[in-house]
Design a binder for this molecule. Structure first.
Ligand code: SF4
Ligand code: SF4
Length: 277
């Protein structure tokens, strides 16, 4: 489940599919995860995510030559006793390689957690990145690969991946190895251009795309343009989902699974995707 930008309803759609068909779902939007808020999972197991390494000076071995201080281009080493400021260290290991006394070690640093959970409907793999940490793409890959393994272990027919929005590294990490992508877009000029960028990614990675227009009735002219574009380019159009205020109220009240015309249409779109696949 992807979208060129955030707020298109991708997570709402993913959660609705999970509540309908169960199986395994992964929240690969690790920078801003929110599927857990809807799915209210019970965590079965948590694993550390080692996202980076940082230098550490072993004082017993340090001769105080100052080479690491002079060469660290991030200014992460203090000359006052030679120690590493973890916040500034980028983990490049240059100091580790140049230290004549082999006094520098690169140690693993935990930058997040990966959770294996169960929901009322199936299984859920998700993660939390520590505030300010990076390496999102790697964490996305870890979450997706673990979810794939869970799907194999429990014999699930499919794995739903709620990808990060946009077209950057986390989305590419979410997309690699999947069979199909449901692109959730909105009927705006930016929605149309975001959709085209995401379609390019799908083409590049040879992933079968399906397009869903959420809140289609907010601008039916653009919705028609999106449909026309799909038809002219032989892209599967999975359906239109109407704007439905009730779903906003249900999100605010954490009333899930969703009901109402938007939720019903999402189910129809998903059934269409399943039929084609
Ligand atoms: S390069 Fe090695 S020995 Fe020299 S100051 Fe740095 S840690 Fe100490
Ligand atoms: S690992 Fe790189 S950034 Fe960190 S202290 Fe060493 S040289 Fe500086």
């Amino acid at each position: 489940m992807i979208s060129g930008k955030g707020g298109t309803g991708k997570t709402t759609f993913s959660a609705t599919i999970h509540a309908l068909d169960g199986g395994v779902i992964a929240d690969c939007d690790v920078d801003a995860p929110n599927l857990h808020i809807l799915l209210n999972p019970r965590i079965l197991k948590a694993e550390d995510f080692i996202g980076t390494k940082k230098a550490e000076i072993v004082q017993d071995r340090c001769s105080g030559c100052g080479l690491c201080y002079e060469l660290c281009r991030f200014g992460a080493i203090s000359a006052d006793g030679y120690f590493v400021d973890e916040k500034k260290c980028e983990g490049c290991a240059f100091c580790f390689n140049v230290c004549p006394e082999k006094a520098i070690e690169m140690r693993d640093v935990k930058t997040g957690d990966i959770y294996f959970s169960e929901t009322q409907w199936g299984y859920f793999v998700h993660a939390r990145l520590k505030p300010g940490e990076e390496n999102t793409g790697r964490l996305v890959t870890e979450v997706k690969n673990r979810a794939k393994k869970v799907a194999e272990d429990v014999g699930s027919d499919f794995l739903i991946v709620d990808a990060a929005p946009g077209v950057g590294c986390p989305v590419i990490a979410s997309l690699t190895g999947v069979d199909a992508a449901i692109i959730v877009t909105e009927p705006t000029a930016s929605g149309l251009s975001d959709m085209m960028r995401v379609l390019e990614l799908c083409e590049h990675f040879r992933i079968r795309p399906f397009v869903v227009v959420n809140k289609y009735d907010l601008n039916e002219d653009v919705t028609l343009k999106i449909e026309k574009y799909c038809s002219e380019n032989e892209i599967e159009f999975a359906g239109r989902v109407p704007f439905d205020e009730r779903i906003l109220e249900q999100i605010a009240n954490l009333s899930f699974p969703f009901s109402g015309k938007a939720a019903e249409k999402m189910v129809e779109c998903w059934k269409k995707v399943k039929e084609v696949l």
